[in-house]
Design a protein around this ligand. Structure first.
Ligand SMILES: [Zn+2]
Length: 140
């Protein structure tokens, strides 16, 4: 993965992450995961984070995971829904299938080999909750 510099913002639909069927128990403390945010050159790009502990994901009112971002600065800890997370370190067929599907969906749309593209799916609330655009609600 190419380290984040200044991504170009290119809103792109993501029908795959909201439809993903993955349980909370699929992850555990200590797992290294990625939250896919876009495309860098010819591969997917995102934030690499470590799973810390179970935590309530208020935007969806469902069980989530607290994540540690070593490069996060003021927001080193965020809480995310399990379906935002993809395993990096463990050989995991479920997450691999999702990665491949995201590649097949996104790479044909962003063909510039030198571009860093933020597809604009995620925001982080003031309370450190990571929210996918499909889960964003007006009352929070
Ligand atoms: Zn997995």
């Amino acid at each position: 993965m190419i380290p984040p510099s200044t991504p170009a913002f290119a809103p792109t639909p993501d029908p795959l992450t909201p439809a993903r069927d993955i349980t909370h128990a699929h992850f555990q403390a200590g797992d290294q995961i990625i939250v896919i945010k876009g495309v860098a050159g010819r591969e997917l790009w995102g934030d690499s984070l470590r799973v810390v502990a179970p935590s309530w994901h208020t935007p969806t009112d469902e069980d989530g995971w607290r994540l540690y971002d070593a490069t996060g600065g003021a927001q080193s800890y965020i809480t995310a829904h399990p379906r935002y997370l993809v395993h990096l370190t463990r050989r995991c067929p479920d997450c691999l299938i999702h990665l491949r599907a995201m590649e097949n969906h996104l790479l044909p749309k962003h063909r510039d080999p030198h571009a860093l593209i933020d597809c604009g799916w995620y925001t982080t609330t003031a309370l450190g909750q990571l929210v996918h655009v499909a889960d964003a609600r007006g009352d929070r």
